[in-house]
Design a protein around this ligand. Structure first.
Ligand SMILES: [Zn+2]
Length: 415
């Protein structure tokens, strides 16, 4: 069995796995099945930071063919390493993702992700090539050029963050283009940040495409862990390559199947950087029902947020994605918003800045106030706290080429 083999090898080659086993008072042969994994301590982001840069290496450095690193938004960046075999498996997993979302060798895919330390660009690139898709490695940024390429090359598919996809649609309109009629796009695969059903609908409508969610993280390989099928109702995860546990983020206890908690993955094939029980901090749950598409892998729900993104406002736990869910139900929602949290006196105060169309913004004040009141009322009745809504003009918020910054938490920031 893959798990037993992985741990047997890991005990010999990875100083970290050896330590994990020792801490639990176990030997590799004591871990016989998935349930036995629960006897081992977790691997966390801190493990990676503490072992920066090469402490988690489980093979000679001359077998390593690639490094990727996270940007390190909180603290020191973290590094991941790959052997050629690790890259081959990763490419296969990504090819499976793209095939599941309906891509074939007839497609032309534009990869609007940064090619660099970030795993997104290369992950999609290798997966698409393996599937025989024609790849346009256009990279991130330069929005007008991206659209020109889409038009000139008859691009049928693209990948980016969902917020950047919305930005592309806006710029297309500014350029006098109708992205639905003037482009040949038929589908897109998005990820890198949590997004709601409303944003999906908006992307699909703007471009006339099917928009699919995918999931991954660099510590496992990058993108390529899970994706949606044509049902667009949960993401199949590749159970033949990853063992998934769902745990209570506070206590670390493994939860029964179907309960919501933090995702913990153990990859089963890695050579350069095998990890046992990696805590992703991403919150979701396993969907128990079988999928109509017939894939033999279970699904997880779309990620609602990361345990460390959770905002605690006056004692209430709120994920930014839950706020998006509430405000996106309102017809005035256009996809761009920002949540600002600050201290007013001793109290937490929360303001949601939301863009509305120019027509509404410069129309009658009473219409504008009505929208504002409706949104504040929906937020209050959902979270039982007062949140202020400030409506701003379309295009007035910063657009990002990568992940959108949805939350500005000014608590703890000295003025
Ligand atoms: Zn399915």
């Amino acid at each position: 069995m893959a798990l037993r083999k992985m741990i047997r090898v890991g005990e010999k080659t990875s100083p970290w796995i050896k330590r994990q086993l020792k801490e639990a008072g176990l030997k590799a042969e004591d871990i016989k099945c998935k349930e036995d994994l629960a006897k081992l301590p977790y691997t966390t982001k801190d493990t990676l930071r503490e072992n920066y840069p090469f402490g988690l290496l489980a093979c000679p450095l001359d077998k390593v063919v690639r490094f990727h690193a996270s940007s390190g938004t909180t603290g020191k960046s973290t590094v991941v390493y790959y052997t050629q075999e690790d890259i081959n498996v990763w490419s296969g997993l990504m090819a499976r993702v793209l095939k599941t979302t309906g891509l074939t060798n007839k497609d032309i895919m534009q990869i609007i992700y940064n090619y660099g330390f970030f795993t997104g660009g290369f992950g999609f690139h290798y997966g698409a090539e393996k599937l025989g898709v024609s790849v346009i490695p256009s990279g991130s940024g330069n929005t007008k050029k991206q659209l020109e390429i889409m038009k000139d090359f008859n691009t049928t598919s693209f990948t980016s963050t969902p917020s950047y996809a919305l930005h592309l649609a806006e710029v297309a309109k500014e350029m006098g283009m109708d992205p639905d009629k003037d482009l040949k796009l038929r589908q897109g695969v998005f990820g890198g940040e949590p997004w709601s059903e409303a944003i999906r609908k908006q992307i699909e409508k703007s471009f006339g495409i099917d928009a699919y969610d995918n999931y991954g993280l660099s510590e496992m390989c990058g993108p390529g862990i899970a994706c949606e099928c044509e049902q667009k109702d949960g993401l199949h995860f590749w159970e033949d390559y990853f063992i998934l546990e769902v745990i209570d983020p506070k206590t670390g206890e493994v939860l029964p199947e179907g309960e919501k908690g933090e995702l913990v993955f153990t990859p089963l094939w890695k050579e350069a950087m095998p990890l046992l029980r990696y805590r992703t901090r991403d919150i979701s749950r396993i969907i128990v029902d079988e999928c109509e598409c017939g894939l033999p892998f279970r699904k997880i729900e779309r990620i609602t947020g990361r345990s460390d993104d959770m905002l605690i406002i006056r004692g209430v736990n709120i994920f930014p994605s839950q706020i998006e869910e509430v405000i996106s139900m309102h017809p005035a929602f256009k996809g761009h918003y920002q949540i600002v949290v600050e201290k007013k006196g001793f109290m937490d105060s929360i303001t949601i800045n939301m863009e509305v169309t120019e027509k509404l913004f410069s129309g009658s004040l009473s219409d504008l106030l009505k929208v504002q009141r409706e949104l504040e009322e929906s937020l209050r009745s959902t979270f039982f706290i007062k949140a202020d809504v400030k409506l701003v003009e379309e295009g007035s918020m910063p657009r990002s080429v990568g992940k959108a910054q949805r939350v500005i938490d000014l608590r703890g920031v000295k003025k």
